[in-house]
Write a protein that binds this ligand. Structure first.
Ligand code: ATR
Length: 270
């Protein structure tokens, strides 16, 4: 019987993960199936238990369950601990093990796909929610020179920065005259067609020459990306991060690293 994997979320019907993992399985010759499972909002643990009992070997976890998955796991990786969230469950061990491949997926997309050498770069992260929390440690591990978190609710940025020595917190008005090599939108503003409140004066200074503006949202042109383009920056959505985090999960489960290039190109062409 094929090994069973799944993505668990709510809603989950829109998830591209089953398609991505089917491409990886075909390309690497792995005998596996990967389905999408919608867990009731109050039934994450039950859903995982049922999937495990039915022979599930591993699962990805998506919104809104990543924090619950972190609490659910008996053991977790260091990167999951830093993110306080789990997106990858390993179910075929005595104790459920949790990892988080989101941050490393972002770093791989930036470095391998987009050609950004992160060492010593000045990086600004917009937002202080779960998405931001998941990428700070991997960015630090990649050797960025300066890491600043800006958030609408500045207290949240301060709380987050306090957990990561060397990370700086600030408010939107504070970023007026500062320049960055990479500006990452980790807010949910784009999902509602909103632009984070970047000061108008910042447009001409925020993006250093050659800077990249990256929106972790995938598959849509957000107001942030339009703002960055009009300020002359290079832009990318989060499609590569999605494919790279999937590849890292696949590697954990199957011991094989799939090639991501063709899958990313096909996803973009969709
Ligand atoms: P996630 O886990 O996806 O990060 P979250 O924890 O709800 O979701 O956090 C959403 C983030 O987007 C927060 O940083 C939020 O800012 P606040 O903490 O001030 O609410 C940010 N956000 C959402 N809409 C925004 C907007 N229009 N402008 C700026 N920031 C926004």
């Amino acid at each position: 019987m094929s090994a069973r994997y799944a993505v668990i979320g709510n809603p989950v019907a829109h998830s591209k993960s089953p398609w991505i993992h089917a491409q990886f399985a075909r390309a690497t010759g792995q005998d596996m199936v990967y389905e999408a499972i919608e867990a009731p909002l109050d039934g994450f643990a039950r859903t995982v238990g049922e999937f495990r009992a039915a022979g599930g070997r591993g699962a990805n976890v998506t919104l809104p369950f990543k924090e619950q998955a972190y609490i659910y796991c008996r053991a977790t990786s260091e990167r999951a601990n830093a993110a306080r969230a789990v997106n990858t469950l390993v179910l075929d061990r005595v104790e459920t093990w949790g990892d988080n491949t989101d941050g490393v997926g972002l770093v791989r997309d930036l470095e391998a796909n987009l050609g950004v050498a992160l060492a010593d770069k000045r990086v600004l992260v917009l937002g202080a929610g779960g998405a931001a929390q998941g990428v700070l440690q991997p960015l630090q591990a990649a050797g960025v020179g300066r890491l600043v978190v800006v958030n609408r609710t500045v207290g949240r940025a301060r709380e987050l920065a306090a957990r990561f020595p060397g990370v700086e917190a600030c408010s939107y008005p504070d970023i007026k005259a500062r320049a960055f090599d990479l500006v990452l939108n980790a807010t949910s503003a784009g999902l509602r067609g909103e632009l984070p409140p970047l000061p108008a004066e910042a447009a001409s200074t925020l993006f250093a020459p050659g800077a990249l503006a990256y929106d972790m949202v995938y598959g849509r042109d957000t107001p942030f990306l339009a703002y960055a383009r009009s300020a002359g920056a290079r832009t990318s959505d989060g499609a590569g991060m999605l494919v790279e985090q999937a590849a890292e999960s696949f590697l954990i489960w199957r011991g094989v690293r799939p090639n991501t290039r063709a899958v990313l190109a096909a996803l973009r062409a969709h």
